[in-house]
Design a protein around this ligand. Structure first.
Ligand SMILES: [Zn+2]
Ligand SMILES: [Zn+2]
Length: 390
């Protein structure tokens, strides 16, 4: 069992790291300072560092003294978001328009804390890979790392991920086997009508009115097309059209996202969105251009590895605080790409009150959970790579 007190001793130091990272947020594939920060710490702990995967991504390699050929990967994401921070904290973002509003600053810190502890204790037999991944938000840094040979360069048997979870009490850990996070697709519908004077609408093909009809009709994908027993989300998140009061614009653009858990529902959703957009536009004489992109696959935990993580979680917080039947989340995770290549499991770590939910400008990672997160990683390594008893 990992010596929790030694990890608790790192709490102040971890808090300082976390706040430093928080003050210096960097977005997708531009995490240069963050990457240097991590590499510097790992080197200081005597851990081998391999840099340059997916640009700013890096992997720390810690081998035990034993001979076991076993190896596991622990992954933390390190990017921030395009949000203007509103916390007014002393360590709030120094970069206008960028902010750690998803707690990846905390994820990096917890993994570094575990790395520091494990580099000193080495009470395991095998290899622990500390994977620091860029561009989790939107851009799929995990995919790029996988494509650039993450699992060929570093032979690991299984891989693990974690996310802090605001609103879930501190001291609770949640997981489930099978699907945990949804697939993430995006779509863009460009409607081209005919512009006119706003006072003479009969001379137009009104892209605004047509766009509104498309948005309304898209609500039927979830409510009337996909089997109600299958989870699906279709959210329109942008509508752009027009510049002034008295002109009916020529063009309207609708953008949004689709979340699903299986290929059948994903195919049906895409097909229906295309059909609705084309059909509504055709009915009113407008042109319609549709772009549909599949971004992240669903995140799917494998059975045995989830049993393992739940066991580790129980050791740390007691069986009564491990929620093994967490409901699926319609959010998405590019850790999914790693789980496509290796068995593994993703957990949610209760973060209590964070001032706001994930991606909110008032959110701040809860430093109280740093030792628990680091302990989880350390315990996972000691548990899955046990020292042989002679
Ligand atoms: Zn996020
Ligand atoms: Zn996140």
């Amino acid at each position: 069992m990992a010596d929790r007190s030694k990890i608790v001793e790192l709490h102040k130091e971890m808090t300082d790291w976390r706040r430093d990272l928080h003050a210096h947020p960097e977005t997708a594939f531009e995490e240069h300072r963050t990457s240097d920060f991590i590499a510097g710490k790992l080197e200081e702990f005597g851990i081998e560092v391999v840099r340059g995967l997916a640009g700013t991504g890096l992997v720390g390699v810690l081998k035990s003294n034993g001979r076991s050929g076993k190896a596991i990967g622990l992954r933390a994401d390190m990017d921030a978001l395009h949000i203007d921070e509103q916390t007014n904290l002393p360590y709030s973002s120094k970069t206008p328009g960028k902010m750690h509003a998803c707690g990846h600053d905390g994820h990096v810190t917890m993994l570094l804390g575990a790395a520091k502890y494990l580099s000193k204790t080495r009470d395991f037999d095998g290899t622990a890979y500390f994977i620091f991944q860029p561009a989790e938000e939107n851009e799929g840094g995990a995919k790029v790392m996988v494509e650039e040979g993450l699992f060929e360069k570093f032979q690991m048997d299984s891989v693990y991920g974690m996310h802090n979870w605001p609103g879930m009490p501190i001291g609770q850990i949640g997981t489930r086997p099978g699907p945990v996070m949804a697939a993430f697709d995006i779509f863009e519908i460009k409607i081209t009508g005919k512009g006119s004077h706003a006072a003479m609408p009969h001379q137009s093909i009104d892209a605004v009115v047509i766009a509104c009809m498309v948005v309304s009709s898209l609500q039927t994908v979830a409510s009337r097309v996909v089997d109600t027993r299958d989870p699906v989300v279709v959210s329109v998140t942008q509508i752009h059209a027009g510049d002034t009061w008295n002109v009916i614009p020529e063009e309207a653009v609708i953008r949004g996202t689709v979340r699903t858990f299986n290929a059948k529902v994903q195919d049906l959703s895409e097909e229906t969105i295309r059909k609705i957009a084309k059909g509504v536009c055709a009915a009113h004489g407008a042109e319609c251009d549709i772009r549909y992109e599949r971004r992240y696959p669903p995140t799917i935990n494998t059975e045995q590895e989830t049993v393992n993580t739940a066991k580790v979680a129980e050791k740390l917080v007691g069986a009564e605080n491990v929620r093994k039947d967490m409901r699926v989340c319609m959010g998405s995770e590019d850790f999914a790409y790693m789980l496509q290549k290796r068995p593994g499991s993703y957990i949610w770590l209760g973060a209590g009150d964070c001032g706001g939910n994930l991606h909110n400008p008032n959110y701040d990672f809860n430093d109280e959970i740093l030792p628990l997160g680091a302990s989880y990683w350390a315990e996972l390594v000691e548990d899955l790579l046990p020292e042989s008893v002679n």
